[in-house]
Design a protein around this ligand. Structure first.
Ligand code: ADP
Length: 486
């Protein structure tokens, strides 16, 4: 049960709410109690003042030995309430007159007897009032005790003491009511809040459950499905959007893989078909002149070379994709490497009567993988020579510009149509498939530029087609001068 976020959320929510409610109840209870106490004390002092005023007024009208007693009795009749007791004590601290001696005021809520005046607390309160003009304190008696106020009351040249007591029973009863109310109200509030919280959590998390069940139904076959996004702006909507974006990327990479595999098998099928066709034709006759066998073998050699090249390129790309191609970098001179590659390309150029020129700055040190850089330059030069008509020109420039080396290969070929320029770095892409095939070239699987670009990027650089029109094309590699290998 605790594995459910809904239940956990509800429990946490109820726990925090319960804690806050209990804290609030305790705080309210004590605040209320203090307030009542203060009000009782003020009420007692005011009652005592009013009593004294009435008492003195009555005393001035009275004569005789019982004057004090009579005046006190009249004042008591006037000022007593149901839950208060008033007592006047003579200078010897004996009860002169108390309101308990008067007839009762209606049915009392508790039985109060004169024992009230004999308690130790009562006596010490009276003593304190004698020392000070007045005193406040608690006196036991009745059901819940009394709050008492005592003050000196001079009369007939003597010091009498007035004590006003108020039963704490009604207050205690009220506080009990309040406590009982809290005791049933808090659990009910918690229960209601818990139920509400559970439904709220269920409603809020419903999109997550829906997303989970939708996601469960997704697989490689229906990667194009997307999660429904109820509200793009809330957190769950953003989660769904992020998930959809992830699916989008996965679908794209699945699609790329699918195309890669399809293209690769297509590219491999052609040389294999040629190999099989040639062998079958040659073997169809029991005897052939040696020249014919030689011719067939030459074709088989070319096609197997082509096959090997394609397999090598595919292997390079898949290892590059998996980030597993080991780069062996060394300190080298780019100018020397470029001159060397140019030298190797010379035989290809001569066979097509293409002029090879170069402008290579001296002293271009670089920390890089030599064989990969060589491969990148060879691919670019190879393409330039391959796609440039006879008697054209191919040039290689190599120079330092700021913090980067700029290596460009320019040819006087037919250029690349504008709508294809974006795609030539894609794997297996060939601007003119029929021509490449018809020429019977040995590379031509459309992987050369992809590999060249990856090599530039593996060295923290980039490879771009910087110019191409009907007069020729320029491919430029930008390589950082500093340590560049990842
Ligand atoms: P390929 O093995 O077909 O040469 P690449 O990846 O090297 O594959 O090149 C992709 C395509 O880009 C080529 O098929 C060709 O159409 C075009 N291309 C590349 N280099 C040049 C160039 N120098 N001039 C004209 N077209 C080019």
């Amino acid at each position: 049960m605790l594995d459910s976020v809904r239940v956990r959320l509800t429990l946490w929510y109820s726990l925090v709410l319960g804690f806050v409610l209990v804290l609030l109840a305790v705080f309210t209870y004590f605040l209320y109690w203090r307030n009542i106490e203060q009000r009782t004390d003020t009420g007692l002092a005011e009652l005592a003042d009013a009593f004294v005023t009435t008492f003195h007024a009555e005393l001035s009208d009275e004569t005789g030995p019982d004057a004090v007693r009579n005046a006190a009795r009249v004042a008591m009749v006037e000022h007593r309430f149901r839950d208060t007791v008033i007592a006047v004590l003579d200078p010897a601290n004996n009860i002169q007159q108390s309101s308990l001696e008067l007839p009762r005021l209606g049915p009392s809520r508790e039985r109060i007897t004169a024992d009230l005046f004999s308690s130790k607390d009562f006596q010490s309160l009276v003593a304190e009032a004698a020392a000070h003009p007045s005193a406040l304190g608690d006196v036991p008696g009745g059901r819940d005790g009394f709050r008492a106020f005592a003050r000196r009351m001079p009369a007939a040249d003597q010091n009498y003491t007035l004590v006003v007591l108020e039963s704490l029973h009604p207050q205690r009863e009220m506080m009990e009511d309040i406590r009982d109310t809290f005791l049933w109200a808090i659990p009910i509030a918690l229960l209601l809040a818990g139920i509400g919280g559970y439904f709220l959590a269920r409603k809020s998390l419903a999109p997550v459950a829906a997303m989970a069940s939708q996601a469960r139904r997704m697989g490689a076959r229906n990667l194009h499905d997307r999660l429904e996004v109820a509200n793009q702006r809330d957190e769950l909507g953003q989660l769904a959007v992020s998930f959809n974006q992830l699916l989008e990327r996965l679908e794209k990479s699945f699609e790329l893989q699918r195309r890669f595999v399809a293209d690769a098998s297509h590219e491999l099928r052609t040389p294999v078909a040629i190999l099989r066709g040639e062998t079958e034709v040659t073997l169809s006759k029991p005897d052939r002149p040696p020249a014919e066998y030689r011719e067939t073998l030459a074709i088989l050699r070319d096609e197997s070379q082509r096959l090997a090249q394609i397999i090598e390129d595919l292997f390079t790309l898949t290892r590059a994709d998996a980030g597993q191609y080991p780069l062996t970098s060394t300190e080298l001179y780019l100018d020397e490497l470029a001159s060397d590659v140019l030298h190797r390309a010379r035989s290809l150029a001569i066979s097509k009567r293409i002029t090879l020129s170069s402008a290579i700055d001296p002293e271009l040190p670089l920390h890089a993988d030599e064989s990969l850089l060589r491969r990148m330059l060879l691919n670019l030069l190879d393409n330039a020579i391959k796609y440039t008509p006879e008697c054209g020109t191919v040039s290689l420039q190599c120079q330092k510009q700021g913090q980067q080396y700029v290596v460009s290969v320019t040819d006087t070929g037919p250029g690349i149509p504008a709508d294809m320029q974006q795609r030539i770095f894609e794997r297996f892409f060939r601007a003119d498939k029929t021509r490449s095939r018809a020429d019977g070239d040995t590379g031509g699987a459309g992987l050369g530029l992809s590999i060249a670009r990856w090599i530039a990027e593996a060295h923290q650089g980039r490879l771009e087609l910087t110019h191409s029109d009907s007069r020729g094309s320029t491919f430029t590699a930008f390589l950082p001068v500093g340590p560049s290998v990842r």
